[in-house]
Structure formats: C-alpha cells, structure tokens
Ligand binder design. Structure first.
Ligand code: TRP
Length: 326
C-alpha cells in the first residue's frame, strides 16, 4: 500500500488542496470528503453495512472512488470477506447430496443481502477504472467471483449472483485490452460463460455472450477459441442452442451479440468452413427479420455472416475445416 492517498493517512480531504478554491464546484469537495468517510467506515464492522450501501448507491457521483477504494487500508479485504462469507451456502463441503440440496433450497428461499450486491457493485467500480483495472487483475480478484458463475441453480438468488458477478467481468472487458483477455482466458472464463449462456436468464445470457464476443474480437481470444475443434464446437453448440431458444422467445439484444460472435468466428477460415454445416438455418431463412427490424447494424452483420459462410464453405474432403482434427 505504498500509494495510500494522503487523505487517508493524514486526514486531509481526498484530492489534495481544495479544488473549490480554483473554481470547481464546492459540492465535488463535499462528495470526496463523504466518500472518504464512507471508505473509512468500511473497516468498522458496525458501520460497514451502511457504508457499503451508500458507496454503491453513489458510486457514479464519486469520480475517483476506485483508486480510493483500492489504496485505502483493508477496504478490498473487507469486500472480499463479505463475498467469501456466502461461499459456504453456495457449495457446502462434506455434505451428502440430500443435505447439499437442502442448503441450496435454503439459499433459494433466502434473500440475497443488499450488502453483498453492494460489494459486487463496488468491485465493479474498481474493475472499470483505468488506474485500478490492472491492479485488480494482478491481485486475481475476478477469481473470487468464479464460484458464483459455477452454480447451476436457476432460482432467483443464484441467478442474481451470477448476473452481478458477470457484471464485474463485463466491466473488465468493456475496455479492449488484450492483457485483460489473456488473464480471463488463463483462468478458464470461457467454460463459465458457456454455462451461463446455457442455463442463465435472458439478462445473464446477454452479459455472458457479450463477454464471449469481446474475447472473440481480440486476436488472442479468437486464436484461443479456434485452436482446437473441441473449443470451437463447444462455443458453436451453445450459440446454436441459444438461437434455437430465441425462435420461441425473441430477444433482439441477445440475438445481436450472438450474431456478432458468429460473424467474428467467420473471419477464421477453419471456423468459417465449419459454420457452413453448424450455423442454424433460422439465421439464414429470415426467421429473425421481425426481431431485427429495428436494428440495421445487426441486420447488416447477419447479412455479412451469411455471405461469409456461403463463400467460405469448403467441402470437407478438402480438409479446410475442423473435420480432420476430430
Ligand atoms: N480447459 C478447457 C480447454 O482448454 C477449457 C474449455 C472448456 C474451453 N470448454 C471450452 C475453452 C470451450 C474454449 C472453449 O479446452
């Protein structure tokens, strides 16, 4: 903690000399001072709950909240402590399946505490800020969220925990940075995303697909997924299943991310050839023209995808696709 903000070690307002003297709105100073107090409150177990709720509510107002959270003593540890404390309910060790089922049901009935959700939102703020993003990764903080992505219950509390965890990962990949992508790949985020894309709600499916899209748009991510037939087909199968379910229950925004993933895959010659046989027919036959009627960009992506797959189709006996690798 070498770069502790002077404010927290010496009791002066965060941000150094008063900016209001230089003509900045006085209420910016007031915001910083109250943010600073709330951050200090986090390390007091009695004040923590209120501080968390206030900080996560006001996180948009405090511009440099993320470095303040990161550099202050014990703050991140306090957030992680809150998050880790729910693990035992998530996947209880040493329980018989019947017992474990009972605990899962008890979480299903349980209300997720607001403070826990505030912890995720506060971490999301640290993941979003350019000064703290890499520190957040180097400390492997995303790994603390993975247990929530590894759950299979469709009940509301589990679903909500998945969604808020994915929100943090989504914030990380929003800024295109190949270091972020490499970190996520090395921690096996893809199978976790695929799981949510298979069994999550529409909302968490959308965030998970967005993350996969961002990974694919990165060259390292694209190579990672297209390097083996198993990986490609695992992704292709999940995308295909989602398309299938969208035929019954359309969601324009989810469909848009799916199309972008397919379109990107079609940039890789082998993947493009394989899509010739595994791209769902419903994407080629106009099934979704109504769903996409208000999104010209998505329509154009779909058109381009169908074109690429049509042109790139290589008969399997020529060995252009993944077939020879299976
Ligand atoms: N370790 C697995 C692999 O490298 C991770 C994985 C599972 C995976 N399913 C995947 C990676 C689908 C990419 C796509 O293959």
């Amino acid at each position: 903690m070498a770069n502790l903000p002077p404010s927290l070690s010496m009791g002066t307002p965060f941000g150094g000399p008063s900016t209001s003297a230089a003509g900045a709105p006085a209420n910016k100073d007031r915001n910083l001072a109250s943010a600073e107090q709330l951050v200090l409150d986090l390390s007091n177990p009695e004040l923590r709950e209120n501080a968390l709720l206030e900080l996560s509510k006001k996180r948009e107002l405090f511009q440099d909240l993320a470095p303040l959270l990161w550099n202050s003593f014990g703050t991140i540890a306090a957030l992680l402590q809150e998050i880790v404390s729910i693990y035992s309910v998530l996947a209880p060790p040493n329980l018989t399946p019947a017992q474990s089922n009972r605990v899962c049901n008890s979480l299903a009935l349980l209300q997720i505490p607001d403070t826990l959700i505030s912890c995720f939102h506060t971490l999301q703020c640290v993941a979003s800020h350019s000064d703290t993003r890499m520190l957040f990764l180097k400390a492997h903080i995303p790994l603390y969220l993975y247990p929530f992505l590894n759950t299979t219950s469709k009940s509301r509390p589990f679903e909500y925990l998945r969604l808020t965890s994915l929100g943090v990962i989504g914030a990380l990949v929003k800024v295109d940075d190949t270091e972020v992508i490499s970190f996520l790949l090395s921690t096996e985020i893809i199978p976790l995303c695929l799981r949510t894309m298979e069994m999550g709600s529409e909302l968490s499916k959308t965030v998970a697909t967005f993350i996969v899209q961002k990974i694919l748009l990165d060259d390292v991510g694209m190579d990672y997924i297209c390097t083996t037939a198993e990986r490609f087909f695992a992704v292709g199968r999940v995308l295909g299943n989602m398309v299938q379910s969208l035929v019954e229950q359309p969601s324009p925004r989810l469909l848009k991310h799916i199309i972008r993933c397919y379109l990107r895959l079609s940039d890789n010659p082998r993947a493009c050839a394989a899509l010739g046989s595994c791209l769902p027919d419903s994407l080629r036959d106009g099934t979704f023209s109504n769903c996409l009627r208000e999104d010209q960009i998505a329509r154009r992506w779909l058109q381009q995808l169908v074109h690429n797959v049509g042109v790139g189709r290589v008969p399997s006996h020529q060995g252009g696709g993944f077939e020879h690798m299976l």
